[in-house]
Write a protein that binds this ligand. Structure first.
Ligand code: BES
Ligand code: ZN
Ligand code: ZN
Length: 503
């Protein structure tokens, strides 16, 4: 679906669906596109407000047919809630909900009116970006393996109607890139593990690189072995699928090696010899969501021409209980020489990330962000809407949390007090891979911290947020594509900072 920009007044829209926004409170019919449509409908919208049917509260979408009184077929009036708190996230979410509703009603084009109230307090390009993200994210479907009897309804195209068409077009361009990157991460994570093997994940990353101008490289198992990646390769031993260390590089500028984005790429996590119960295994095709997110984020940086260097690293393998699999109590040696006592083969994410972090340090990348569906404990602590953040650099952590807020992706920090590290002491190796019953998300991060070394580093645990069981705003059922938009916004912020400090 193509999204375009125009400066046409809302009242002249000829689309099947016209979307307008209203606030809640005493002034629902505030001056703006809704008021203009109300005039065409002889006060029809105002009457709905008077009857209490249209309130403008967040999440509400009222559908009004124009029945020949106006050029568009129907108007969707979406609520943004309290006028004082209207922000891009509310626009994104309302757009996504309304677009799904429009699509369920009928095929056809969708116009979105953003000029004037209640959005005139926000920069128009920002609003247009939020609308484009909302459309791209909210209308996402993963249907490549479906053969429905009837073709599903679809929105044929969307036009964002604003005051300044050039500003709107620029916002739309950015929003589409961010939305499509998130959908790329969703596509990879939704793919079943028999399709998306480590080899296929590498092939998809290569295609992304070709399409966006990224550099692509894969370390095969033999090369990883030469580099001493015994921890990553230990996890791969139980699988017949060859492991791949996928590397994507964006060279946007500057002399530094650049940012390192590291994503867990377990294409299926059975738990290994510490086998998961069947019910817990079902969602484990998505245990490569972190890897998908960093591939998608760096692709967006390339498409946006971000003036910064960045490298994405994805250690990709299955975690299987094969005859050659590692067993509880085995000892592995990571690339930095540290020995690891593996007491639970289901704590495999940290094992593959350990070598990926060492490799990022070997490349001189800084700062580092790793993204992983790492612990069920993080989902227990923070639920399904908030990603956990753990860091060795609180200022860097604050940057990532702020980027998440701007992106509409919630992130919350957990403490990294040194006492937690004591829980990983092993009697037979430098460290053990599990810390016991308590503080599971934090002990996992304490393990990773050893391999990040002195490099400023942030760990994002997305075990609770990688998947959704329902459609809600920009989130649709299945893989969420979190935290792609946070990573991109954070990296763009770094790029701006770098430009400001360089002569
Ligand atoms: N991939 C899982 C974590 C996970 C759980 C992600 C639920 C999404 C939903 C990870 O590899 C794992 O199994 N972690 C163990 C660690 C434990 C053995 C210390 C866990 O969380 O139970
Ligand atoms: Zn596991
Ligand atoms: Zn896992």
């Amino acid at each position: 679906m193509e999204i375009t920009a125009a400066a046409t007044p809302a009242s002249e829209s000829r689309a099947a669906h016209l979307l307008v926004f209203v606030p809640s409170g005493d002034d629902v019919m505030t001056d703006g596109p809704a008021r203009a449509i109300d005039a065409l409908l002889d006060g029809g919208l105002g009457a709905l407000v008077a009857e209490g049917e249209l309130t403008g509260k967040r999440g509400q979408v009222c559908v009004v047919h124009t029945l020949g009184r106006a050029p568009m077929t129907r108007v969707l009036v979406a609520g943004l809630g309290d006028a004082d708190g209207i922000d891009p996230e509310r626009v994104r979410s309302a757009t996504a909900t309304a677009a799904r509703r429009a699509r369920a009603l009928a095929d056809g084009a969708l116009d979105i009116a953003i000029a004037g109230a209640p959005l005139d307090g926000i920069d128009e390009a920002e609003v247009a970006q939020a609308v484009a993200e909302g459309l791209t994210l909210g209308l996402y479907r993963f249907d490549r393996h479906l053969h429905p009897e009837e073709a599903p309804k679809s929105i044929s195209g969307a036009t964002v109607l604003g005051a300044d068409a050039a500003a709107v077009a620029e916002g739309v361009r950015r929003g589409v890139i961010l939305g499509e990157a998130t959908n790329l991460a969703r596509d990879l994570a939704n793919e079943p593990s028999n399709v998306l093997t480590p080899t296929e994940m590498a092939a998809r990353a290569q295609t992304v690189a070709r399409d966006t101008g990224l550099e692509f490289q894969v370390l095969e198992e033999a090369e990883a072995a030469e580099m001493g990646m015994g921890s990553f390769l230990g996890v791969a031993k139980g699988s017949h699928q060859p492991a791949k260390l996928i590397i994507l590089r964006h060279r946007g500028g500057g002399d530094e090696p650049g940012l390192g984005l590291i994503g867990k790429g377990i294409t299926f996590d059975t738990g290994g010899i510490s086998l998961k119960p069947s019910a817990s295994m079902i969602s484990m095709k998505q245990d490569m969501s972190g890897g998908a997110a960093v591939i998608a984020a760096i692709a967006a940086l390339a498409r946006l021409g971000a003036p910064i260097n960045a490298t994405a690293i994805v250690p990709a393998t299955e975690n299987m209980p094969g005859g050659s699999a590692i067993k509880p109590s085995d000892v592995l040696t990571a690339m930095n020489g540290k020995t690891i006592e593996v007491l639970n083969t289901d704590a495999e994410g940290r094992l593959v990330l350990a070598d990926a972090l060492c490799y990022a340090n070997h490349l001189g990348l800084a700062p580092l962000i790793d993204v992983a569906t790492l612990t069920g404990a993080c989902a227990v602590a923070l639920g399904t809407t908030t990603t956990g953040l753990m860091t060795n650099d609180d200022a860097l952590g604050a940057e990532v949390i702020a980027a998440g807020e701007a992106a509409g992706e919630r992130i919350w920090a957990l403490p990294m007090f040194e006492e937690y590290g004591d829980l990983l002491k092993s009697r037979v190796a430098d460290v053990k891979n599990v810390g016991g019953r308590y503080a599971g998300a934090i002990t996992a991060a304490k393990f990773l911290e050893i391999f990040a070394g002195d490099t400023p580093w942030v760990h994002l645990d997305m075990a609770g947020t990688d998947d959704s069981d329902k459609d809600r705003g920009t989130t649709v059922r299945g893989a969420t594509g979190v935290p792609v938009r946070t990573l991109v916004r954070w990296a763009l912020g770094r790029a701006r900072e770098q430009e400001a400090t360089q002569p």
